[in-house]
Structure formats: structure tokens, C-alpha cells
Design a protein around this ligand. Structure first.
Ligand code: G3H
Ligand code: PYR
Length: 229
């Protein structure tokens, strides 16, 4: 990962951020999940793992987000746990204390990125313009989230941004689906894809963990063989 210039004194080494980045890359698909209660966290994790999913983003869009991250952190070495919708340094501290390994935001905020680097958690801020990618690069980041990917032009957005920013890697999210996830992943510069389709709110609400495991397995199957494997 390109984290170097933005790493404050005392932060973990670039190798540590690189390991987190590669955990997300090797997962290839990162479900975005908002949970209504902390009790849903462990059965959700079991369902995701059963479906072959290796990373999850738990958002702070619900009040149980931080508690769910705390419940999941360290639960299984088969599931890397990150936080989503982190929009302030204070929230960054909360998810850092809870044990999140990566932090995703819908947009890029220099204070959030710097706090994340200082806390040793991989920041993957959202970008929708070249100016934002440029800021991410200046902060020393090697990966950003392309959000909302479908409205930005899909894989073409990543291809266009890789011209001026050939080292940057992108996590497309927003409108990614079973039908187009493989095309995104095959695009040079795509780190992994993320989305919510494999964890429908109604399945979580009804504790339909078998359905979530099946949707996860179908999603992973649609992504095909690991091109790096
Ligand atoms: O940040 C992620 C998005 O909310 C996921 O978008 P999606 O629901 O279109 O998959
Ligand atoms: C949309 C997004 O990136 C987030 O909620 O974190």
C-alpha cells in the first residue's frame, strides 16, 4: 500500500497497513451490513463464513454498529471486520476501540483519515471525483472506495482514474450486484467490491441466516476463480 507520507509518528508500519489492505483484497467481496441489534452479529458472522465471505463492513448507520464490531472483532480468523459510515474522528476512535481492522467512509475527510492512520487502522475513504483521489494520494493512501460506483460510471470510472493515478486501488460500492461484480473485479485497479445485496435487511430481521449464507455463496461463485490464485 502507498501509506507512507500520511503516516504519523508512532503509527504502525506500512507493512501493517499493507497486510490489512491485502486482507480486503483477498476477500474480494465485502458485504455492507447495518444491524438492528448486537445479538445479530455472531449469527451473521457464521452465515457469512459459511458462504465463503472473508470480510465484512458493519456500518454505524444503526446504534448497534459499534457494539456489533466489538462482538465480531477477533471472533474468527476467517472474517476480517471493518467499520462503515465513519464520518468523524470521534467515531473513528469508537470503532478503533471496538477492534475494527479497516474503516470505510462515504466520503473523504482529512481528519478522519489522519486519525485512522494514527490509530493503526486502514482507512478506505469514499471518492467520487479526481480531486478526492488526489487528496487521498496526498494523504499517502493506496486505496479508496468508489462510491456510488454505478452512478460514477461503473468500471469505466476506475479505468479513467487509473490514468492519472496508476497506483491507486479502488473498492467500488453502490449498485454493485451479482450481475456486474465479476466485471468490476476484472477491471485493473479494483481492490475488491462491496455491496449489500447478499445481506438483505429482511433476511437479517427474520434471522434467515441460511438465506444469507446461500446468497454469500452465490456471490462468491459469481466472482469465479481468484485471478491471482
Ligand atoms: O456503502 C455501501 C453502499 O451502501 C452499498 O450499496 P448497495 O446497497 O447499492 O450495495
Ligand atoms: C457508503 C459508505 O461508504 C459508507 O456508508 O461507509
Amino acid at each position: 500500500m502507498g501509506v507512507a507520507a500520511g503516516v504519523p509518528a508512532g503509527a504502525p508500519s506500512g507493512d501493517s497497513f499493507g497486510r490489512m489492505l491485502e486482507a480486503v483484497a483477498s476477500a474480494r467481496l465485502v458485504p455492507v451490513v447495518s444491524l438492528a441489534s448486537v445479538e445479530q452479529a455472531l449469527p451473521l458472522a457464521d452465515a457469512l463464513i459459511a458462504g465463503g465471505i472473508a470480510a465484512v463492513e458493519i456500518t454505524l448507520r444503526t446504534a448497534s454498529g459499534v457494539g456489533a464490531i466489538a462482538a465480531l472483532a477477533g471472533y474468527s480468523d476467517r472474517l476480517t471486520v471493518g467499520a462503515g459510515t465513519v464520518v468523524s474522528p470521534e467515531q473513528l476512535d469508537e470503532v478503533a476501540d471496538a477492534g475494527a481492522e479497516f474503516v470505510i467512509s462515504p466520503g473523504i475527510d482529512e481528519a478522519v483519515v489522519r486519525r485512522s492512520l494514527a490509530r493503526g487502522i486502514l482507512p478506505i475513504p469514499g471518492v467520487a471525483t479526481a480531486s478526492e483521489v488526489q487528496l487521498a494520494q496526498r494523504l499517502g493512501l493506496g486505496a479508496v472506495k468508489a462510491f456510488p460506483a454505478s452512478l460514477l460510471g461503473g468500471p469505466g470510472f476506475v479505468r479513467a482514474m487509473r490514468g492519472p493515478f496508476p497506483e491507486m486501488r479502488f473498492l467500488p460500492s453502490g449498485g454493485v450486484s451479482l450481475a456486474n461484480a465479476a466485471e468490476y473485479l476484472a477491471t485493473p485497479g479494483v481492490l475488491a467490491v462491496s455491496g449489500s445485496w447478499m445481506v438483505p435487511d429482511d433476511a437479517v430481521a427474520s434471522s434467515d441466516w441460511e438465506r444469507i449464507a446461500a446468497l454469500g455463496a452465490a456471490a462468491m461463485a459469481a466472482l469465479g476463480a481468484d485471478p491471482l490464485g
